[in-house]
Design a binder for this molecule. Structure first.
Ligand SMILES: Cc1cc2nc3c(=O)[nH]c(=O)nc-3n(C[C@H](O)[C@H](O)[C@H](O)COP(=O)(O)O)c2cc1C
Length: 358
């Protein structure tokens, strides 16, 4: 189960401290100009070690495209991309070789597979999300042809909430902050936690603009359900909201309904999705990340043989995973929309006739 999507489908491989990680993207239409510099720039947004608000592990995350492209254009065959790991320090993890980190996947992976890949958590490490970002960049390139755009940023850190959502500002911010007024306090919260050998949680907001009306299958592949699946599948994500989300359970129908006029909806409480189908409005998601599990304080746990121990972790970790999680959430959103766009093409006989008979 390392694949996601039906028509636009990607599979990832690799571990945190293995030789490399990467992905195979299948279903990309032929003839798409594959802008390698764009794919790399997306990886650069996610790569670790850029600022003091992130893990000190430095990785170039330089992507190599192995297949599926000829003379700069996609060939309709699988696109394989690889990123070699450069800055692994497995010895950072030697003191947790036989213990399970509270809050991480060590305990569950060991009980499922009987193997303790202590080097950075192996496949459970969010290093795998670099491959999702590479695949997401291909999805974005395809969707750019239709005018669909993706944005994201940090709306909340440690309970400090954005009041404005400026996606252009977020692109320049060291922590991808959406609200310049809240940025300093949010940064301070990250550094305070880091200095206390602790971590903080945060919320990422994703915005999808110009997605065509009609995306999403009405029963078992609903647009909101698949977006939620994609977001919940990101490491450390614990909740997802579409549009007003949880707030809508507290409001009245008269407040929550988006009124319709000939030129569109007058509000967007629904977050761009009705009945599992995109309504053409902005699609808005709030993605909730828990605090990084790997902290540098004394904690109680057990060893692989069941012995109770106290331990203190060493190594390099993000003090707030939501920051780098922002581009990952945006990429997963692009992968879902790309799949939905291709799936939607056969929805009416007119559409099928147009394609075959012109
Ligand atoms: C971009 C990103 C970076 C992350 N970096 C770390 C990290 O440095 N240390 C850590 O313990 N967890 C990190 N995580 C979170 C863990 O991978 C995650 O909590 C763990 O796999 C357990 O899964 P769960 O929290 O979804 O239950 C990161 C998550 C993301 C999205």
């Amino acid at each position: 189960m390392n694949s996601f999507g039906i028509r636009f489908r990607f599979t990832t491989f690799g571990e945190s401290h293995g030789k490399a990680l990467g992905c195979v993207v299948d279903g990309v239409p032929a003839g798409l100009e594959l802008d390698e510099a764009f794919i790399q720039s997306e990886l650069d947004r996610r790569k670790p070690g850029k600022t003091k608000f992130e893990t000190a592990r430095k990785e170039d995350d330089a992507v190599e495209i192995l297949s599926g492209v000829f003379e700069g254009k996609t060939t309709g065959t699988p696109i394989a991309m690889v990123i070699f790991n450069k800055n692994q320090k497995s010895k950072d993890y030697s003191n947790i070789k036989d213990v399970f980190r509270p809050g991480h996947a060590d305990f569950t992976y060991f009980h499922k597979y009987g193997i303790r890949d202590y080097r950075g958590g192996g496949r459970s490490s969010a290093r795998e999300t670099a491959a999702r970002v590479a695949a997401g960049a291909v999805a974005k390139l395809m969707l750019k042809e239709l005018g669909v755009e993706f944005f994201s940023g940090i709306s909340e850190i440690d309970g400090i909430e954005a009041e404005n959502f400026d996606y252009e500002y977020a692109k320049k911010s060291e922590i991808f902050a959406l609200d310049s007024q809240m940025e300093a306090a949010q940064k301070e919260a990250v550094l305070r936690a880091k200095n206390a050998h602790d971590s903080v949680g945060g919320v990422v907001r994703v915005l999808i603009k110009n997605a065509p009306v009609g995306l999403g299958e009405p029963m078992y592949y609903k647009l909101d359900a698949v977006l939620a699946d994609a977001m919940m599948g990101i490491n450390a994500v614990k909740a997802v909201e579409i549009g007003d989300g949880c707030l809508s359970s507290k409001s009245r129908g008269s407040q929550n309904n988006d009124q319709i006029r000939s030129n569109g909806f007058t509000s967007n409480h629904a977050g761009g999705i009705l009945g599992g189908i995109g309504n053409g409005e902005d699609i808005v998601l709030n993605v909730y990340f828990k605090p990084t599990p790997s902290i540098f304080q004394k904690q109680h746990t057990i060893t692989t043989s069941g012995e109770e121990v106290d331990f203190e972790l060493k190594g390099r970790h993000d003090p707030c995973v939501a920051i780098r999680g922002s581009v990952v959430a945006e990429s997963m959103a692009a992968l879902v929309i790309a799949d939905m766009v291709l799936l939607n093409m056969g929805r009416t006989i007119e559409g099928v006739k147009n394609y075959y008979k012109g």
